[in-house]
Design a protein around this ligand. Sequence first.
Ligand SMILES: [Zn+2]
Ligand SMILES: [Zn+2]
Length: 250
Amino acid sequence: MKQTLLILLALSLLLLSGCSCDHRWREADCLSPKTCESCGETEGEALGHSPGEWTETIDITACTIEKEQLCTRCGIQTGTETEVLDSLIRDELFLYTPEEFMARMAAIAEAYNDPFTYQITDSETGLMVEVQTGETAAFLQFFYADTSTFTYEDRNSRKVWCTSLIFYTEADANLQHYYLMAVDPTLDQDGAFQTQVAAFTAYANATLEGTAFGYYEQNGILFEYSYLSDDLTGWGYTLDMTNVYASDFR
Ligand SMILES: [Zn+2]
Ligand SMILES: [Zn+2]
């Protein structure tokens, strides 16, 4: 009898001590329910993540948009998506900045083992890019929607409406192809060649005396080609210019 009493006493002491945890509660978070840090007792359930807004990072060279969604509570990544860009135009402007455009064009040329050098400078008329490829020099300019020239300070701004490639001497065909491919991500070098042939036909059909001028549209991009030959003056001066517009303004 005495023994039974002792066992009962021991049992009740055990039970008492079990109930006596002075709980130290940690609030529920995304992964764990409300939990006592002393005894591990839990209440309710974990909250689960709270996905926030998607954010976008545009990669102009690869022509992708990396999308990412983070939990607003714990910051863990709750979602990622990669979207392929088949157009570099959004809201009637190009998505690229002048610097991004040049990096993309240089990467394309590099991929074809035909690299060129370029320099972005601040000229009297604004931002000017000089491209050197072998013997040939070409120039690139960028324009705002009001047709004014980009400023050097805006070389990292996504406000490009028109991109212009100018040759003052004989044009470098490869460089022209890289330029078209940089503007239109759906083109490979064969596609760029075909585009140039089609565009050439369009502007050759509009030939004026000593000059040619025409428009060609593809993949939502408006190409304006002009060619000026001033041989008659004896200077042998020719000018080749390709402007590409993010919207059809005609
Ligand atoms: Zn506890
Ligand atoms: Zn979370």
